[in-house]
Design a protein around this ligand. Sequence first.
Ligand code: GAL
Ligand code: CA
Length: 304
Amino acid sequence: YTADDPFINAMIEKVKSQLKTMETTDMNVIVSVRSGDNDQREQDEIVDEMIDAGCDVLCVNLVDRTAPANIIKSARQSDIPVIFFNREPVRDDLMQWEKLYYVGCDAKESGDMQGEIAANYIKKHSEVDRNGDGKIQYVLLEGEAGHQDAISRTDCSVKTIMDKGVDLEKLSYQFADWNRAQAENRVSQLIDQYGSEIELILSNNDEMALGAVEAYKNASYRQTERPIIFGIDGLTDALEAVEHGTMQGTVYNDKEDQARMIALLTVALFQGSDIEGYGLEDDIYYMSQYRKVDADNVDTFLGK
Ligand code: GAL
Ligand code: CA
């Protein structure tokens, strides 16, 4: 959908290296990666070009997950299977043809896990409630309107924290497009507005969480004056932030596992071999498991 998303770029690198390991003397794998530049029409055109150029399998991260119709139509006309990933089309769209697949995660799980780590941390550290009013004043950084991960992570994270008996008070919800620089801007404005009132920042992904960390650094807040900050993805920068204590936790979005399945499916669909053993749900979905990361286990993830 774009070439500017660190998580997606890291996952694409894994897909490439997985596919490389699957080459044989009879089969080379040639991977072309194109960016949709955040424009669904442009992505549709690129898909047509790739089909004309003779591709055998398409792996597509939609710009607009509600608009896969043109891509499905073109692929079907040329009998080219499509593995959608990361941005989940609705089930009705995936049912339109038997050669459509989805590789991703259950977004709800990541929100629940983020909520669990945050609630756990808050219960162990009474100093998080800096003003001592018995409530945790929080800010939520949202990825992108309409994205299944943003919607579910936001809902489930907040709900889980409250279910665990922590009293929350919402100060502000801000969209920052999964993006570090945008989040840094938004949080800088919130620091101007709320000063040290913010006690917790829940971010739909790590890049935005790291933007928040930057904003506090720029505002010269010491660690004890900052809110606790939680992300999702488990990219190296965020794992290091958890290790250094500038972030308190993240949720590992298993790009290796998703890349492995994208590569396996790609080759199997090309060879026309059986995919029964891959455990796809309804013969369409592969959902990877998220994992919780905090200061106690971050080392095992950094050692990956
Ligand atoms: C999410 C990921 C975000 C961003 C987004 C793009 O799964 O957590 O960091 O990459 O996908 O669609
Ligand atoms: Ca408070």
